[in-house]
Design a protein. Structure first.
Length: 270
């Protein structure tokens, strides 16, 4: 009997436990407490909900601020490009000096100049739009390798011309053999093919620049022929103007040996 009395709780203790259970707020991890077992939220529950809301809003705000900070680091200010008109005149070849990279590449190797402009604009190696990220990142390298391959083959052909030319070591004119004329014809075809390819990619790139920045044609050439005519007759001036228009050389100096013709730290263009 004594044992049973010790194990049985008193009526006062039972009343205290029931009162504590009625006023206890459930611990919620991933959801807001909307009611208790006893019914709607009382003043104590509302205070807890308000405290939890304030802490979660503060945490979310802190995460957003951190994300915005990271976005500002990952997305630097871009270079603004003029819209509706060219940045400068067609004949302003030496605006930044006669030895500026834009002058050197446009006068000495048009495909290299086109490759740098196309890389800035995320174009294909043919100067066309629609390139994926992986395609646009290799645009300059493709044109660079094509130029080197062309000159390697051209050098070999010219060496063959030298070998079959009978007038190299002759004091008097000697009519060359048929092999000489054949090799010269191959050299001509190869050279004109390179010229036509250069004009095509330059024309495509200029057309993309005019379309992207809403630059109208002039009144010198027939309608629809300006890109082709300028690229055919004045390729050096066209390439140099494209290079000047698609960046701000006053803020970011030109570079010869980069894929965009700009410093690696230069931001993207708009």
């Amino acid at each position: 009997q004594q044992s049973s009395i010790m194990m049985s709780p008193s009526s006062e203790q039972v009343d205290d436990d029931e009162e504590a259970a009625a006023t206890r707020v459930p611990l919620v991890k991933d959801a807001w407490p909307v009611s208790t077992a006893a019914g709607p939220l009382d003043d104590t529950d509302a205070s807890v909900v308000s405290t939890m809301s304030s802490s979660r809003v503060a945490a979310a705000t802190g995460n957003n601020n951190e994300n915005n900070k990271n976005n500002n680091i990952d997305n630097p200010q871009r270079i603004n490009i003029p819209v509706g008109a060219w940045r400068d005149d067609f004949w302003d070849l030496c605006n930044y000096g006669g030895l500026h990279p834009s002058v050197l590449w446009s006068c000495c190797c048009v495909p290299i100049a086109v490759g740098q402009v196309a890389t800035r604009l995320n174009l294909t190696w043919l100067g066309m739009s629609g390139a994926t990220v992986s395609e646009s990142t290799v645009t300059f390298r493709k044109l660079f390798y094509l130029v080197w391959i062309y000159w390697a083959i051209r050098a070999f052909i010219l060496y063959l011309v030298y070998l079959v030319d009978p007038n190299v070591d002759s004091d008097e004119y000697v009519r060359p053999s048929q092999a000489y004329f054949t090799v010269c014809a191959i050299d001509d075809v190869f050279s004109y093919g390179y010229l036509i390819f250069s004009v095509i990619i330059l024309r495509n790139t200029r057309k993309q620049v005019r379309s992207r920045y809403a630059i109208p044609e002039g009144d010198v050439c027939p309608a629809g022929c300006e890109d082709t005519c300028c690229s055919l007759w004045c390729p050096c001036f066209v390439a140099a103007q494209l290079m000047r228009h698609t960046t701000d050389y006053g803020a970011y100096p030109g570079r010869c040996c980069t894929e965009t013709g700009l410093p690696p730290t230069a931001p993207s263009i708009v």
